[in-house]
Design a protein around this ligand. Structure first.
Ligand SMILES: [Zn+2]
Length: 274
């Protein structure tokens, strides 16, 4: 999301909206102010907060959550009527268009049109934890919970802005087991985890800075070394990476660096064997 905000901000700044439309049946979650309020509004900036994008247009702010399959792109040509992935769009001068598209069958991505003065207090931010990057707080107190690290780090209410992909990279870099309990971290481990978090998220952003251009791609390159690389060597020690498979994601770890040699039970297999 950070790279999306960084690319869209300069591309849209000072541009005036001609009109707005919401072809996605459930994409737009608000009705006041009306969409027509966007006509003539000028982009003043694009920000990220947690996993949400905030597009500022003077006195209005669009709050956008892309969920897992949404993409926000600037196109030089208008969407044809046949673009069934289009959920929300802003028509811009010279035939350009800012378009929210969503791939797959679910319609989960959403947009809210808010008054700028109220946007930061929106419900979507209620309970959102402190940002993981670039300057997260000390983690000892923040993660003081019996829940395992992989679950805590993905929880936006605990700490905001880490996707599940990067949890694997961060825990590997910190040499911590994904199943270690948050309240079981020593001070040194909490420090290493914080350091790994800043370094890995920074590395992700650097990689995106070098590879992501407008119009933003449908698939972002994933500069990962651990997540979903099971069967390949650990970037730190060359041990073969192992994985635990869940219904909709995979958690990858190094048994040497992270679990004292233990291979964690594959829950998918154990369920089948029951
Ligand atoms: Zn390793």
């Amino acid at each position: 999301m950070e790279i999306v905000a960084r690319r869209l901000g300069p591309a849209l700044e000072g541009v005036t909206v001609e009109s707005a439309a919401s072809p996605g049946i459930n994409a737009l979650k608000t009705f006041d102010p009306p969409l027509s309020a966007l006509e003539g509004a000028t982009f003043t900036g694009v920000r990220r907060r947690g996993k949400l994008l905030m597009i500022d247009l003077g006195e209005l702010t669009l709050l956008i959550h892309l969920m897992t399959a949404g993409r926000l792109q600037v196109f030089d040509k208008r969407a044809s009527m046949r673009d069934r992935t289009a959920r929300f769009l802003l028509r811009l001068p010279e035939g350009r268009e800012l378009r929210l598209r969503e791939f797959g069958t679910r319609q989960a991505a959403w947009v809210k049109l808010l008054r700028a003065s109220e946007a930061d207090d929106d419900d979507a931010f209620r309970g959102l934890g402190p940002e993981a990057w670039p300057d997260p707080p000390e983690l000892g107190e923040l993660l003081d919970s019996p829940r395992p690290l992989h679950s805590l780090l993905r929880d936006q209410q605990v700490i905001a802005g880490i996707g599940r992909t990067w949890v694997d990279e961060i825990l590997n870099a910190a040499r911590l087991s994904p199943f270690k309990r948050g309240d079981d971290l020593s001070e040194a481990e909490a420090g290493a985890l914080r350091e790994a978090m800043v370094a890995e998220l920074g590395r992700a952003l650097d990689a995106y800075e070098g590879s992501v251009e407008l119009p933003l791609p449908e698939k972002f390159p994933k500069p990962t070394k651990v997540h979903a690389h099971q069967g390949e060597p650990c970037p730190r020690c060359d041990t073969t990476l192992e994985a635990v498979f869940y219904e909709d994601y995979v958690m990858t770890y190094c048994p040497y660096c992270q679990t004292e040699g233990r291979i964690l039970k594959d829950r998918r297999l154990s369920r089948l064997l029951k």
